[in-house]
Design a protein around this ligand. Structure first.
Ligand code: AOF
Ligand code: ZN
Length: 380
């Protein structure tokens, strides 16, 4: 298009500052509701022999507003004039509760905007860049676009597919088992990867487990990192026949951490009332006529409609299998511990080797005795 000719090329320092902006955007991932967590850095390069310096920083506020640019411009003040703004998403072009960020950047006298991810929101989608250029601001788009898109995966998936982004996390023993059926919670992973898991929890809007896992483990499913207790995502128990009871931890703590049960419309009204009295909310699910199992695409659509943009699926071999089979997994995290479970263990629906063949490995780490694998499953 004609815009392409008007874009200005990337400069050597652009990737450095965009990488910093992307790391900064991670701070509020999982906390901005249906808005993406975006970061802005305002950088001055006065060309007087000094290296470029950051004069303003902003990240999308909790709940999604104000937008990142507002905070960064406020911090930079007059220093924004002639500076470069690094924004992890194309600046918005629409009048919401505040004027468009593109307009604010023009008004502040920013000389150049470097953006990363494209914004699929039809109110933006190229119009932000257009507005900047019309206002005399140079634009360098799509710098580290892929990396930035990873920070807003849930937002992108909700826009493109009408469902939340789904991360499936499984802990595997050294021999590829995920637990012992009827054996309660089996400790597979160590403290370091458990802390990492809690960080991953904090970055999702909701954690989902099956009723089987809820009944066997009676888990808390919250974020227990020091100083991050307020970052627990909502909890969703997939419980079509309503086996969850009001004395279980998820129900007893439903007033502290929002808890939803996905259940058939026909499930026991008395138990439903008892759970509701504890503060549990319900979302109706239906059975897939072919498999007799819960229809996951419909459930995910309904959850997206309630404003959930990302879900971490954490529990149960059957649930993991259902999500994988339905091709509803966008990110797969496998944590392989040193423990051996043996013959009586439940085999994981997908092991590290199989995942390596099918998915793109984004990251591999060693946490204590555990190996952590993070796969992207797009186009599965
Ligand atoms: C930005 N900077 O920090 C974010 C943006 O409902 P509103 O008015 O807040 O607009 C939401 C839309 O704004 C959202 O769909 C996305 O297009 C954009 N998010 N834009 O310039 C930000 N979070
Ligand atoms: Zn904006």
């Amino acid at each position: 298009t004609s815009d392409v000719a008007n874009f200005v090329p990337e400069r050597p320092e652009d990737r450095h500052f965009m990488a910093a902006a992307i790391r900064y955007a991670m701070r509020n991932v999982g906390r901005t509701g249906t808005n993406p967590s975006v970061a802005t850095l305002i950088v001055r390069n006065d060309g007087d022999g000094r290296p470029p310096r950051i004069v303003g920083r902003g990240v999308t506020a909790l709940g999604g507003r104000p937008h990142a640019e507002a905070g960064a411009l406020a911090e930079a003040g007059d220093l924004a004039r002639g500076a470069t703004a690094y924004v992890t998403l194309e600046p918005c072009a629409h009048h919401g509760r505040t004027p468009p960020c593109a307009e604010a950047l023009v008004r502040a006298g920013v000389a150049r905007v470097v953006s990363a991810a494209a914004d699929p929101d039809p109110r933006v989608d190229g119009k932000g860049h257009r507005m900047l250029m019309d206002g005399g601001v140079a634009v360098t788009p799509r710098v580290m676009a892929v990396e930035a898109a990873r920070t807003i995966e849930g937002y992108l998936t909700r826009h493109r597919r009408g469902r939340p982004g789904v991360t499936l996390k499984m802990a595997l023993s050294r021999d590829g088992r995920i637990g012992i059926r009827g054996g309660g919670q089996v400790k597979i992973t160590g403290a370091v990867s458990d802390a990492q898991t809690h960080l991953v929890r904090a970055r999702h809007d909701a954690i989902l487990v099956g009723a089987g896992t809820a009944l066997e483990d009676d888990p808390r499913l919250d974020c227990r990192l020091p100083g991050m207790a307020d970052r627990s995502p909502a909890r969703i128990v997939l419980d079509p026949n309503l086996r969850t009871t009001p004395d279980m931890t998820v129900a007893r703590t439903a007033r502290a951490v929002p808890t939803m049960i996905a259940t058939y419309q026909t499930s026991d009204p008395e138990r439903r009332a008892a759970l509701a009295a504890e503060g549990v909310a319900f979302v109706a699910c239906v059975a897939d006529p072919d498999t007799g199992r819960v229809a996951l695409p419909e459930l995910l659509e309904d959850l997206a409609a309630t404003g959930i943009t990302s879900i971490l699926v954490e529990g149960g071999a059957n649930i993991a299998e259902s999500f994988l089979q339905a091709r509803l997994v966008d990110r797969l995290i496998l944590v392989q511990g040193a423990v051996e479970i043996g013959e009586e263990g439940v085999t994981a629906p997908v092991g590290v080797e199989a995942a390596r063949e099918r998915f793109a490995l984004l990251r591999q780490d060693v946490f204590g005795d555990d190996h952590w694998f993070d796969f992207a499953c797009e186009g599965v």
